[in-house]
Design a protein around this ligand. Structure first.
Ligand SMILES: [Zn+2]
Ligand SMILES: [Zn+2]
Length: 455
């Protein structure tokens, strides 16, 4: 097979200069692969903050303010950048949009326009080469690598952001991004603690720099941890996963398998007890008249997805089990041949026209050796189905693994016909595996057969 064509690489690029991201990294050119601006913002500045923290004492008020501002700016990303602008999962009034654009900017994760465009590409092309932060390229890549290393912007999948270009708040924030970052990222947190309780430097270091670091790392976890850790209750064809730890770290964005299935739902967690402060914030904004049109998938649709995924898991489990040779693949035996073989010492028993070799099972038979031996070489359909003992579904399942043939003519012809009919009517799963439900083994009669002798 030929290798997959790289559709993301435009032809025009062949004639122009090759993007650095599309060249091999070597000892000579590695520094050209690095996005130094991003390295400064997401590694260099936090590192500088950590160093300063050694001699800047942390005051309690500043610590509390840093945590509060952490939530403000974090929610600016999750409730604003993500659920409002990237997914339009609700509508917000102008004051709320301005607030979210400001505090979201304070998280220092790029402009709404840039962030939401990449995020839409992430949803549309999840796990592919067009996914800007595909976890298939490694956990570290999806967390930081995609920003630290230069990416060819032409490789990222195209998405429609016309709606964002029409939102004056988004356009304004994009145009004034650097001013917004400096003001909301550093100046405001410093002003509050400086004017409030005189801790200018502490506000700068803790509520500014280090808080930025924590917010960034938390939201980066949505791209890495949420695609790596946890369960996949709705769809396991892609990497998104649900996990409480990710939810705790990311202000509720941790139910990511649900989110990729139902991206325009304003919730990520659908159960009341799951941690989703972003959902609670949006809901509270609605009560305050700041948010409206909160979108929600019907639970009927959500449960359908959950059941289908469960079904898939069950199918996979079923396929691993031994359900016995299908009837149509068994050799046909003459009745006389069956009786003859039994006389020669083979432990064959015919039930419902299906011949089973129970030689090795006789000693383990829960009803005793004598009982099972009395059925050898005979038509034991009635005995097995209530005549002597009404065998359990488990017994029918076990019996089916001992199949060695089907009887032609003689014996229970009618039952054999029924068996044939049932075999052709087995329900099959999507991989073509037979589904044999409890009580539906061909050896099982619909009603227990009373013993003729007992009457
Ligand atoms: Zn994702
Ligand atoms: Zn999303």
């Amino acid at each position: 097979m030929s290798s997959k064509p790289d559709a993301s690489r435009p032809r025009a690029a062949d004639t122009k200069k090759v993007h650095i991201a599309d060249t091999q990294m070597t000892r000579q050119n590695w520094y050209r692969h690095v996005n130094w601006l991003n390295v400064t913002f997401i590694i260099g500045v936090p590192l500088a903050g950590c160093i300063q923290a050694f001699w800047v004492p942390l005051q309690l008020k500043t610590a509390i303010w840093a945590v509060i501002y952490y939530f403000f700016t974090g929610l600016g990303i999750t409730a604003g950048y993500h659920r409002l602008w990237a997914h339009c999962s609700y509508s917000a009034t102008l004051p709320l949009r301005i607030w979210l654009a400001l505090v979201g900017g304070g998280a220092v994760e790029g402009s709404i326009r840039w962030w939401a465009r990449d995020h839409r590409a992430h949803h549309r092309y999840t796990d592919t080469d067009k996914d800007p932060y595909s976890v298939r390229k490694g956990l570290l890549y999806s967390h930081l690598g995609w920003m630290v290393m230069k990416q060819n912007p032409k490789r990222i999948g195209r998405t429609d952001i016309t709606d964002l270009n029409e939102d004056p708040v988004v356009v304004w924030q994009h145009r004034n991004y650097i001013k917004v970052v400096l003001t909301m990222g550093l100046i405001v947190p410093m002003l509050v603690s400086g004017l409030g309780w005189g801790d200018w430097y502490g506000g700068f270091v803790y509520a500014g720099i280090l808080r930025i670091f924590f917010v960034q790392q938390a939201t980066f976890c949505v791209n890495s941890l949420a695609h790596w850790l946890g369960d996949q209750p709705f769809d396991d064809r892609n990497s998104p996963r649900d996990h409480i730890i990710t939810a705790l770290v990311t202000l509720g964005e941790g139910y990511h398998n649900f989110h990729h299935e139902f991206p325009s739902d304003y919730r990520n967690a659908i159960e009341w007890h799951q941690y989703d402060p972003t959902k609670w914030t949006i809901w509270t904004c609605k009560q305050l008249g700041l948010a409206y049109d909160l979108k929600q998938f019907r639970s009927n649709e959500i449960e359908k997805g959950r059941v289908q995924q469960l079904q898939k898991k069950i199918d996979q489990k079923r396929a691993k089990l031994d359900w016995g040779t299908p009837l149509d693949q068994l050799p046909v035996m003459e009745w006389d041949d069956y009786v003859e073989q039994t006389k020669n010492g083979r432990g064959l028993i015919s039930i419902a026209g299906v011949v089973h070799d129970v030689t090795d099972f006789i000693k383990d038979h829960p009803g005793g050796k004598a009982m099972i031996k009395s059925g050898l070489g005979k038509d034991a359909t009635a005995m097995f189905n209530g005549g002597v003992y009404y065998h359990s579904n488990g017994a029918h399942n076990l019996l089916s693994t001992m199949r060695v043939g089907v009887i032609r003519g003689g014996g229970e012809v009618e039952i054999w016909k029924r068996a044939q009919k049932e075999n052709s009517e087995y329900v099959r799963d999507e991989t073509g595996q037979r589904i044999i439900r409890a009580g539906q083994q061909v050896t099982k009669m619909p009603e227990p057969i009373p013993t003729a002798d007992a009457a």
